[in-house]
Write a protein that binds this ligand. Sequence first.
Ligand SMILES: [Zn+2]
Ligand SMILES: [Zn+2]
Ligand SMILES: [Zn+2]
Length: 278
Amino acid sequence: MKLIYLGTAAAEGVPAVFCNCPVCTEARRLKGKNLRTRAQVVFDGELSIDFPPDAYVHAALHDFDLSGIRYLLVTHSHMDHFYASDFVLRGGVYAHEMTSPTLEIFANAEVLEIYAEQTRREQQKEVKDAIRLHTIHPFERFSFGDYTVLSLAACHSSREPMLYYIEKDGKRVLHLHDSGPLPESTWQALGGLEGRLDLINFDCTFVHRETYAGARHMGLDENMRTFDRLAAMGLADERTKKVITHFSHNSYPTEEALLRAEREYGVIAAYDGMTLEI
Ligand SMILES: [Zn+2]
Ligand SMILES: [Zn+2]
Ligand SMILES: [Zn+2]
């Protein structure tokens, strides 16, 4: 399974949209890996987790074929994870020779309300008909193509936020953002899984900053506590890749800080356009 991390920032991006703090000013000056767009990760070119406002830029910058996405799993309704207006342009005169004529979107009811609102004025019938919508909730197991998914509950500040366990061809991935410390209900559901995880995507919004009580995101401290509990359950070991992503400018995600995280915690710090094979 091949993963591409197309966007690796928190909601406001790095540099943040309207920010002139030292981190954002430096990121604008240095460019390259220091520029981080809103979160999107794609499996084998066909399954995307989230569809941010920067998906268009991802396609242009990384020569990525957005029309190849057949399945879209949305974590939650925050604007950095779901930007539906672009789906007006998925077909008709706006898109020729699409790799996958159809798209299936799996999301909670609030996300699908946003989809309806953002597309209702301009989406033509043929475009609308090629997109199938599925309402899902936490703790549902469902399949599409070669994938099996278990939706999990997140601890986050939107309605019914979800995390995902994804299995394909014997490979297992746990996608854990956006979320603070995982809810006990999610730990219970994880207890029903078998086999070692090949990769975990961690919410690392806070990077080296402490994950405070009641937080709706995590830092490296909570990432490690989560990993240790998964390891104690037999779901993770030293071969499990630990990817950190969704960095905020408020947490100083400089190259130096992330190299230190890699050294000290054995994690892989994602950057825009990074690919990984598992
Ligand atoms: Zn987010
Ligand atoms: Zn800033
Ligand atoms: Zn969020």
